[in-house]
Design a protein around this ligand. Structure first.
Ligand code: DGL
Length: 282
């Protein structure tokens, strides 16, 4: 390859991975990406002006997701990662169709991890109302193993508790047990944490549910899927690159940023602000 072409290909591969979530919970995915792909730069965009997505209609979440993905393209993203279960559950087909770079969601990677983990073949899924209503996890799990039994439950109170930083409080324990206890009684042996906030409750859930329930979060598997995609598309950043993390939000950061930063031990640097621009990519 002529030197000028090689330089151009290097510049192409040094473009950031664009990651978005309705808010800050998607930093759990960023944390996994940073650990796995230290040479990759990441531009994270959290739609904090409009969080939560979990109680909104599919049409609204689709519109928001297309707008946020367009903003990532303006940041020169070489690929887009949907680090939000709600957006992955209801907007992935629209994103895949209208975004001119490859898009990775969190549902399929989470389902793959659950299918690999279950021994009894009975998997529990928890998430926001929109995620559970969409049936996206059931479809993904059954596409991987048609025999699998799935029990899903919306847990709308967990996101506010996490954002409040109540990760290890008796009231949080009670609510976890109220939501998840019936799934355990029904015989699940694997529980998919189908919301990017929930890994912050992983410790509490492991303590409450014990060793007999395997907890699956999609962050690690999603990072693996992104690595495989970059390799396949010849988009891996050059090894000489030092991956840089930029975090932007659509509204001023609130106290949840501190909670996530501490829980994930992630250096998010100075937070940038971006105004939501109307959806342009058709
Ligand atoms: N990030 C969302 C998800 O993973 C949870 C927060 C919300 O409702 O927007 O489903």
């Amino acid at each position: 390859m002529p030197a000028s072409n090689e330089k151009a290909a290097g510049a192409e591969r040094s473009r950031p991975i664009g990651v978005f979530d309705s808010g800050i919970g998607g930093l759990t995915v960023v944390s996994a990406l940073r650990a796995l792909l230290p040479n990759e730069s990441i531009f994270y965009l959290g739609d904090t002006a409009r969080v939560p997505y979990g109680g909104k209609s599919a049409a609204t979440v689709q519109r928001y997701s297309l707008e946020i993905a367009s903003m990532l393209l303006e940041e020169n993203a070489k690929t887009v990662v949907v680090a939000c279960n709600t957006a992955s559950a209801v907007a992935l087909p629209q994103l895949t169709e209208s975004v001119p770079v490859r898009v990775t969601g969190v549902i399929l990677p989470g389902a793959q991890a659950a299918v690999a983990a279950t021994r009894s073949g009975h998997v529990g899924v928890i998430g926001t109302r929109a995620t559970i209503k969409s049936g996206a996890y059931e479809r993904a799990l059954r596409s991987l193993n048609p025999e699998i039994r799935v029990t899903a439950r919306a847990c709308p109170l967990l996101v506010p508790l996490i954002e409040e930083g109540w990760l290890e409080q008796p009231i949080t324990d009670q609510i976890i047990l109220k939501y998840v206890g019936p799934l355990v009684d029904e015989g699940i042996d694997t529980l998919v944490l189908g919301c990017t906030h929930y890994p912050l409750l992983r410790k509490a859930m492991a303590r409450l549910l014990g060793d007999s329930i395997t907890l699956v979060d999609s962050a690690q598997n999603c990072a693996n899927a992104v690595r495989d995609l970059l390799v396949r598309e010849n988009l891996r950043a050059p090894e000489t690159d030092t991956g840089r993390l930029q975090v932007a939000l659509t509204d001023q950061p609130d106290s949840f940023l501190r909670v996530a930063r501490e829980a994930l031990q992630l250096d998010v640097g100075e937070i940038q602000l971006r105004e939501v621009s109307p959806h342009v990519h058709q």
